[in-house]
Design a protein. Structure first.
Length: 454
């Protein structure tokens, strides 16, 4: 059969409140054109993030009832630990309330002034936690990863030559080598198993621990199965195990590829590091058998991990993005290619040639998409990255708009609706104008700044 269907039926639904274009125009004005300030009931299709926004399965809801809320030694922790270790065989598995909490603990131990952390591309919270410790974060993704139109199959790969010379240059100031799979900030692009192994080998040769940010490990494994030589006949679970086999630890947000609405973990092999991490965990998150989570959350994660490696699910998941991208391309809309794992990225700078980067083409597209169809997306460009620590404003490397797809939440007709809205937008794109920021906070301005149309 050519049609790839959603490999699930729907048991419980949430209504979507339909709004009119006139209502949305008024709403946009009332939130000063910042989509983060919208109420979610005023959004028809919410593609702001794929984090914690997925649908849980009947088995996950059933597992939630099994949650044991004991402060210490809960069997829910034992099930969580076993489910993680089944895929990622680390010695010490430390639950946290989300991914950034795992990062905060890791870098409170490894970070500090004068330290340097390489990765393919650090996610914002990873970079934020590194920099907050006084250390510096560096992105060493391959050149193809920065070119939206390049069709390289593993655009999330680390540049191995750069990593080698980085480690030679920075020597003992590098507490670990990081790798983000898939590379969220670079368009959800995967990292090959070959590259993961090569990074592990280089890190080992330099005596540096190798830590994977594994938020979207299952999507990454599916791309390896589809695209990497010799991997096509292997089970997703086995590919996942190989991805983590040579690593010394991982950070994880269970809000992505564990199908949970909250949660995360830090895993480590080194017992001294793990002891320091648990001590910090007790200060900031909770006792090591719950780490800031309820027992029921640990159960939802454990069950979610057994579902996310289902190949039928992953096929449908990745195909949804490809489907949208193929249709956007047919409308002449520049997109980041090939399709990433968790999101569709629009190259707004290439598309809106009449809107200068400092007039925020990504924001112009995101606002227009909401006005046309009630779709909430997220600018990832000059609004997010343009303000420099010295107060200057410069264009970001790219002006993208991210349509992050929540897991198991929307259907094929929602995808068709998204495409139709883009068709409407493309037909009237000469009317699109840029924006001016009228008010902004000192840090992380994209969350709260005010805009005015030009
Ligand atoms: N690492 C990556 C690669 C991520 O994408 C995220 C979150 C985190 C770490 C932090 O995890 O949210 O559980 O604290 N990404 C979300 C997003 C927020 O929308 O891309 P968290």
């Amino acid at each position: 059969m050519k049609t790839i269907i959603e490999p699930f039926r729907i048991k419980s639904v949430e209504p979507i409140r339909m709004t009119t274009r006139a209502e949305r125009q008024a709403l946009l004005k009332s939130v000063d054109y910042n989509l983060f300030a919208l109420k979610s009931q005023d959004v028809i299709i919410d593609l702001l993030t794929d984090s914690g926004t997925g649908a849980m399965s009947a088995e996950q809801w059933a597992a939630i009832m099994r949650g044991d809320e004991s402060y210490a030694g809960s069997p829910s922790f034992a099930r969580f630990e076993a489910a993680v270790r089944n895929l990622m065989p680390f010695d010490h598995i430390i639950p946290t309330h989300q991914g950034r909490a795992a990062e905060a603990i890791l870098f409170s131990i490894l970070g500090g002034t004068g330290k340097n952390f390489p990765s393919n591309t650090h996610f914002d919270t990873t970079r934020g936690n590194i920099e907050a410790s006084g250390a510096r974060a560096h992105d060493l993704v391959i050149a193809e990863g920065k070119d939206p139109a390049n069709l390289h199959p593993f655009k999330g790969n680390m540049d191995l030559e750069k990593l080698e010379s980085y480690l030679q240059e920075h020597g003992d100031s590098v507490p670990c080598v990081m790798l983000t799979i898939t590379n969220n900030a670079g368009g959800g692009q995967p990292v090959s198993l070959e590259n993961i192994r090569a990074v592990a080998k280089i890190a080992k040769a330099h005596g540096r621990p190798f830590i994977i940010d594994g938020c979207r490990f299952a999507e990454n494994a599916y791309f390896i199965k589809m695209r990497e030589e010799g991997q096509g006949d292997r089970a997703i679970e086995d590919i996942v195990r190989d991805c983590f086999a040579d690593a010394d630890g991982m950070t994880m947000s269970a809000k992505k590829d564990a199908f949970a609405n909250i949660g995360g973990w830090l895993a480590l092999n080194n017992p001294e590091l793990a002891e320091l991490a648990r001590a910090r965990l007790i200060q900031t998150e909770g006792f090591p058998t719950y780490g800031g989570l309820a027992g029921r959350d640990l159960e939802a994660i454990a069950q979610g991990l057994s579902e996310i490696v289902d190949e039928d699910y992953l096929r449908y998941r990745i195909r949804t993005n490809e489907y949208i991208i193929e249709r956007l391309e047919a409308l002449g809309i520049p997109v980041v290619k090939p399709a990433g794992g968790h999101a569709v990225f629009i190259d707004a700078r290439a598309w809106l040639k009449n809107v200068a980067p400092l007039e925020y083409p990504g924001q112009a597209v995101a606002v227009a998409l909401y006005e046309i169809g009630g779709i909430r997306s997220c600018e990832i460009g000059t609004v997010m990255f343009g303000r420099q620590p010295d107060g200057n404003e410069v264009p970001a490397a790219m002006d993208l708009v991210r349509l992050a797809i929540p897991r198991r939440t929307y259907t094929q007709s929602h995808a068709d609706y998204i495409v139709e809205c883009f068709g409407e937008l493309a037909a009237h794109m000469d009317d699109l104008r840029g924006y001016r920021i009228t008010k902004e906070p000192a840090l992380m301005r994209h969350f709260t700044c005010h805009f005015e149309p030009l």
